[in-house]
Design a protein around this ligand. Structure first.
Ligand SMILES: *Cc1c(COP(=O)(O)O)cnc(C)c1O
Length: 827
């Protein structure tokens, strides 16, 4: 929102303008972008081509030019002659330039700027401060959890003179990063939430990490932190005790502090008493857990330190709600797809939600519908707001807008014919007709006061309450952790066979395509076809190609795993019939698994000779599979497999016109034998949350849950379930849950072998598991119908469940039946 011209920007970032057309230097820049997919307004946008380990923004310059973008910041030479009327600002480091530009935007404003850092709670403290204060102060804040080297400058760019307070979060994972964020944010006041173990791996000690984080506050005049964290207190004083900064330490314990809170925790809420300026006050908050109470302590300290304390703000504490930062993807009625995001409604988060909508709808022709509540506190006039929304609607291909709230209703004349208006959510609900929504992608985006969950309840397809929630953020996190084990140039194939290990094929493939993985591997050709029909264009390997699908594979660019000479002949014939050239195939070598694969050097030599001569096919890769990469006792055998692979593959690789990719490592192999990564690896179970080493610690991706249907008392002497296996020796309370072996809740979990998690505790299965129901012994606990039950997730680990069943995690995941609906969540 800076309104800087390009010439000015070049000066700010120390860049050189390279362009034939100086007359074009006049337009002012309204938006900046780093991701080619997010650009809405091509004319006033400045694109920063960032160079990452995996991404290179320079690769998109041409595409963006064709779409009409004319202003770029680059750090690689560009042939300006082919981009005739474009302007390039050439710099040494385009990320640094982005940060410099945002720092210049920041320097224009003189209202308070709060920076929040720490290991946990940054986003929640920021969002809660917004909730508590937005009635009294106009606040600009980081969207979602934008707190990185890229996220911070993008957040700060949104500052303008329409606001009175800025709140930005800052997060780092490497030494040296915080100084850069501090230079962009230039905070006047800081909150340090807490220190934990997150991202420890890149720092030698906790103190080093802490010291690095505290650099954010170098130029603040006030710093808020919690006295009870003694290490933080010590270092804060060591670093800043002798400066003119005001250190405002609060405590909720007996420790004397600048600001002391008395917290009385009740059943469902907590009363917080404090004294300020000689007076006693109290607030009530609807939380009892220590993490939430700590976040609230920080909010309260900031509000007092900044003199925002008043009756209205104190009352607002009672209305705080858990921060749901996630976008949920659900199956809707009438073959619709529903994206729920009803935590807040502002232009930034609307843009992010629209990006998610578009990434889901990529290459699909289903129309897009946006149901949007009034935009809070935009700082814009009605006309400006309408213009902004109209621009986003066009940019993200939304065909139909349903706007709810008196704000939009007032200015409905500013919208086109495909917009519909309701004064309230109730008015919309009263008029709702299910038949109005068919085969569409629907984004529900609203501020919390509008309670769009009532709309979601109508639009959502009704299933039984059992679901498998797949966390796409953790999936991507796991991908990145495995990538970090590898050399940057090593390619990666993701195994999405068997419905992506039970997690769902198309949605997972979309998320992976977005992350630019090199290959996807499916079990059979039909799985590949489904991905192609959903618009996935990443290369796909079919592990078990069947003769009847060869022509379809050739047509849809599905590349076969060739494991025998017979299979090769048949595929080669199909290739001749279809008259293809240079079609990639993958040769599987037998090295010790004794499953599929070539073991004869003669057969391999024959193929290696024939393929380039005929020109129909191309040996894209040679690979093999490890039999026991996760078992240290077989490491010698595993090393022999590598040896066999090298001997068999060397002649094949040597005699091809193209560079043949070699690969052998699966998930455990990547962790345990990175020295054998060669040109590619194949990641499977690790992506879905099962890793070997503590160092990597893959995050939980799938959470399987249900709710209690009924709770009953059973008198002693009775039995529970089929076969009378569940003995009741003393009076018991039994909870019935609507999940059984037909859902994949394995019968081997019967009679106490398995446990579930309800309201903070594990409870055992009692009796035999039925087809659609299971009984849980909840004696002595206050479990009620409707209580959520975790079958697998954070508390009941996938590996525990596998152990209880006497099997491996692979079988648990792939055994969860298709009737359990999959729900995808993403921040
Ligand atoms: C399933 C599979 C993998 C992935 O194995 P994980 O142990 O899940 O990482 C790799 N390669 C082949 C050939 C596979 O079939």
């Amino acid at each position: 929102m800076s309104g800087f011209g390009l010439q000015e920007i070049a000066g700010i970032v120390g860049g050189t303008i390279r362009s034939g057309a100086t007359s074009l230097l006049n337009p002012t820049i309204q938006t900046i972008a780093i991701d080619s997919r997010t650009i809405a307004d091509v004319h006033s946008c400045l694109f920063f081509a960032l160079r990452g380990v995996r991404h290179d923004g320079h690769a998109y310059v041409e595409e963006l030019y064709l779409r009409g973008v004319r202003s770029f910041v680059v750090c690689e030479p560009v042939d300006t002659a082919i981009f005739q009327d474009a302007v390039f600002i050439q710099v040494d480091d385009s990320l640094h330039a982005l940060q410099q530009l945002s720092a210049a935007v920041r320097a224009q404003y003189h209202y308070p700027v709060l920076a929040i850092t720490g290991s946990n709670g940054k986003t929640i403290v920021k969002e809660w401060l917004y909730d508590l204060l937005h009635q009294s102060v106009k606040i600009v804040r980081s969207p979602k959890s934008y707190n990185s080297q890229v996220g911070v400058p993008l957040s700060v760019w949104n500052m303008s003179d329409q606001f009175d307070l800025a709140i930005f979060e800052a997060g780092i994972s490497l030494p040296g990063e915080m100084e850069k964020l501090a230079a962009v944010i230039q905070p006047t006041i800081g909150i340090f939430t807490n220190i934990g173990e997150a991202h420890q791996e890149n720092f030698s000690t906790l103190a080093q990490k802490l010291e690095e984080k505290l650099k954010l506050f170098e130029h603040c005049n006030t710093i808020i932190y919690r006295k009870d964290q003694l290490e933080v207190d010590r270092l804060m004083h060591a670093l800043y005790g002798n400066s003119d900064k005001k250190l405002l330490a609060w405590s909720a314990s007996e420790l004397p502090a600048d600001f002391e809170l008395q917290m009385t925790v009740g059943a469902a809420s907590t009363r917080i008493e404090y004294r300020w300026k000689e007076q006693a006050f109290a607030v009530q908050v609807p939380f009892t857990d220590s993490a939430s109470l700590e976040n609230i302590g920080h909010c309260l300290a900031f509000i007092l330190a900044s003199d925002y304390d008043c009756d209205a703000v104190r009352r607002a504490f009672a209305r705080l709600q858990a921060v749901a930062m996630r976008l949920e993807l659900k199956q809707g009625i009438n073959n619709c797809l529903l994206i729920n995001d009803y935590y807040n409604s502002d232009i930034n988060s609307l843009t992010i939600a629209l990006q998610f909508l578009r990434s889901q709808a990529l290459n699909e022709r289903r129309p897009r519908v946006l149901i949007l509540s009034d935009i809070e506190q935009s700082g814009f006039s009605d006309e400006q707001l309408a213009e902004a929304v109209n621009r986003l609607i066009v940019a993200y291909g939304v065909g139909r807008l349903i706007a709810i709230g008196s704000g939009f209703y007032k200015c409905r004349h500013l919208f086109g014919p495909n917009a519909h208006f309701y004064q309230t959510t109730e008015a919309f609900l009263a008029a709702f007709q299910p038949a109005d929504f068919k085969n569409e992608h629907i984004l529900l985006k609203g501020a919390r006061d509008f309670r769009f969950e009532r709309i979601a309840a109508l639009l959502q397809k009704k299933y039984h309450q059992t679901q498998l929630e797949v966390d796409l953020n953790n999936l991507v996190e796991n991908l990145n952790r495995y990538r970090a084990q590898l050399n940057p140039e090593t390619k990666i194939t993701i195994m999405v066979k068997a419905f992506s290990y039970g997690s769902g094929t198309v949605e997972i493939a979309r998320a992976l395509e977005f992350q630019q993985v090199d290959y996807l591997a499916v079990a059979v050709a039909d799985e590949g076809l489904e991905l192609r029909q959903a618009g996935i264009s990443t290369p796909i390997i079919v592990m078990n190609p069947e003769e009847h699908s060869f022509e379809m594979m050739l047509e849809y660019q599905l590349e076969p795993n060739i494991y025998s000479i017979d299979l090769f002949e048949k595929f080669d014939q199909a290739a001749r019939r279809m008259a293809v050239t240079n079609f990639p195939i993958h040769l599987k070598l037998e090295t010790g698994m004794h499953r599929l694969g070539f073991s004869s050097p003669d057969e391999l030599n024959e193929i290696a000779e024939r393929v380039p001569r005929a020109g129909r096919l191309r040996i894209q890769s040679v690979f093999s599979h490890l039999a026991a990469s996760d078992s240290p006792e077989h490491d010698e055998f595993t090393r022999e497999q590598f040896g066999v692979f090298n001997r068999l593959s060397a002649p094949v690789v040597a005699n091809q016109p193209n560079k043949v990719i070699r690969h052998i490592l699966n998930s455990a192999g990547i962790e345990r034998f990175p020295e054998f990564q060669m040109e590619m690896v194949r990641l499977g179970i690790g992506l879905y949350g099962v890793s070997q080493s503590d160092a990597l610690q893959a995050e939980t991706v799938a959470r399987w849950s249900t709710v209690v249907s009924q709770v009953k008392k059973v008198k002693e002497g009775n039995t529970v379930g089929y076969g009378r296996k569940g003995q009741v020796e003393y009076p018991k309370r039994i909870a019935i849950i609507p999940v059984g072996y037909a859902d994949g809740y394995d019968r081997r979990l019967s009679n106490g072998a398995g446990r579930v998690w309800i309201a903070g505790r594990q409870y055992p299965v009692i009796g035999n598991i039925c087809m659609d129901m299971t009984m849980i012994d909840v004696s002595g606990a206050d479990v009620q119908p409707g209580d959520p039950v975790e079958l697998m997730g954070e508390h009941i680990r996938l590996t525990d469940l596998a152990q209880w069943m006497g099997t491996i995690p692979y079988e648990v995941l792939t055994g969860i039946s298709q009737r359990v609906r999959r729900v995808y969540v993403q921040e």
